[in-house]
Design a protein around this ligand. Sequence first.
Ligand code: ATP
Ligand code: MG
Length: 464
Amino acid sequence: MRTDVEARLARELPGYAQAVLDALEAAGFEAWVVGGWVRDALLGRPGHDVDVTTSAPWRETARVLRATGAAVHETGAAHGTVTAVLDGRPVEVTTYRVEGRYSDRRHPDEVRFVTDVRADLARRDFTVNAMAFHPARGLLDPFGGEKDLAARVIRAVGEPRRRFEEDALRVLRAVRFACRLGARIEPATQAALEACAGELAGVASERVGQELDGILATGRAAWALRHEFAVLAAAVPELAPMAGFDQRSPYHAYDVLEHTARVCAGVEAFSGGEPGAALRWAALLHDVAKPACYSEDVSGRGHFFGHPEEGARVARRVMGRLAIPGEVTRAASALVLLHDFVIRPTAPSMRRMLVELEAAAPGQARQLAFSLLDLKRADAVAKAPGCRAYATELDEMAAVLRGELAAGAVWRVRDLAVGGADVIRERGVEPGPGVGMVLAQLLAAVMDGELPNERKELLAWLRW
Ligand code: ATP
Ligand code: MG
C-alpha cells in the first residue's frame, strides 16, 4: 500500500528522472532514485539533483539511455557511474556497488558491483542518505532514515566507528548534514566521530575543502564552531588556538572562538542569509591569527597588532591547501586583511576603502565593499556591548557608499576617461612606468574631487 508521502514523491519526481527509471526497467534491469533527492523530497524540498542506482552494469546503462536519445557521459565509469543528460538536466546513474577501504583517502581502493540494492544502501554514510525511492515500488528504507529525518537525527549506517575508519571524510559530512538539516548527531555516531576526527589529517585536502565549504554554505557555521569544534580543528589545525583564547581586552566579551561563531552568525543575519562564499570564509578566518599576534601591555591588557595581515596570509594558505577557487580565496583574504581598516561615513573614506579592496582583490572591489561592511557590522555586534553602536554608523557608511557608486565613483585607473595612450601623446613621455605614475596622479585627483572624470577635462589637465 502506498502511503500519502510515497504518492507525493511519485508526483514530484521530475519527468526526466522517471524516463531514466523506465528505460532501465524496460531493458530488464532494476533502478531506484537514491540519496539527496529522496532525502530532500521527504523534507518537502524536491529541487535536488536526481541520482539513480541500478542493477545495470555501466556499459548497459550507457547503451540503454543513449537509445532514448539522452547524451551520456562516462563520468566515473571505473566506479560504475555515468551521467545522462535529459531535457538539459543531468542524472547520475551508478551501478549497485559496495566499496573497499579508502587507503589513499581519495578514492575507494576497489568497488565491487553487487546485485542487491540493499547492499548498495548499506555502503552509504547516514540513514537519511540511505533511502531509495521508486514511483511504483515506493520507499525502500532499511535503516530507518525516514524516522531519523523527521526527528532531525544524523545516524551512521551500521557500526559508526567502522564507517568513520573506512573513510574519515564522513566525520566532516556528519557535521555538514547536521548543519544543513538543523539536526543533532546521534550519541554513538557522535562518540565515533570524536574518536576518528584525527584521521581527517590523512584525507585528501580538496575533499576536506569541499565539505568545509559545504558546511559554510549551510549558513550554520556558528553551530559547527560551538558544537563540533574538535572536528573543524581537525580539518583545519590553524583554527585550534581560537578555543578558549582569552582576549584580555575591554572591547571583547568572548574568547576568540565564541566571537568568531557570533561573527559567522552575524554575516548571515546582516546579508539576509546570502553572504556568499567569500564573506563566509572571511567570517570564519578573520581573527584566526589573533592568538599568534597576541601581546600584553604593562597594564595586562591584550593587543593583536598585525593580526589582519597575518590572518590574510593564513587565509590564503588554508584556502589554497583546501583547493577553494582562487577568486573566492582572494576575496576572502582581502576581507580578512581589511576587517579592521578604519572607515568613516564620508565619500573620500568610502573611496579609499574601494581602492584598498581593489588592490587586495582586483576586479572585486564593488561587490566586496558591501561584504566588508557586513563583516564589520557582524564583528561590532560580536564584541563587548559598548562596541555595538558602531553597527549603526556602518549603516550610514553603506548609504554613503551606495551614493558614491550611483554617482559613478572611480577607484581604478582603468575606469578613468583617459588611458595610457593619451598620456604618451599629450605628455610626450615614453611608454613605461612614468605613464602609470601620471595615471595614478590623475586617479588621485579624480577621487579627491579635484577633477571630474570627463575626457575633455582630463586631457586639458594632461596638456597643462
Ligand atoms: P548534496 O546536496 O550535499 O550533494 P547528497 O546526498 O547528494 O547531498 P553527495 O555528497 O552528493 O550528497 O553524495 C550522494 C550520496 O552518496 C549521498 O546521499 C550518500 O548516500 C552517498 N555518499 C556520498 N559520499 C559518501 C561517503 N563518503 N561515504 C558514504 N556514502 C557517501
Ligand atoms: Mg549530491
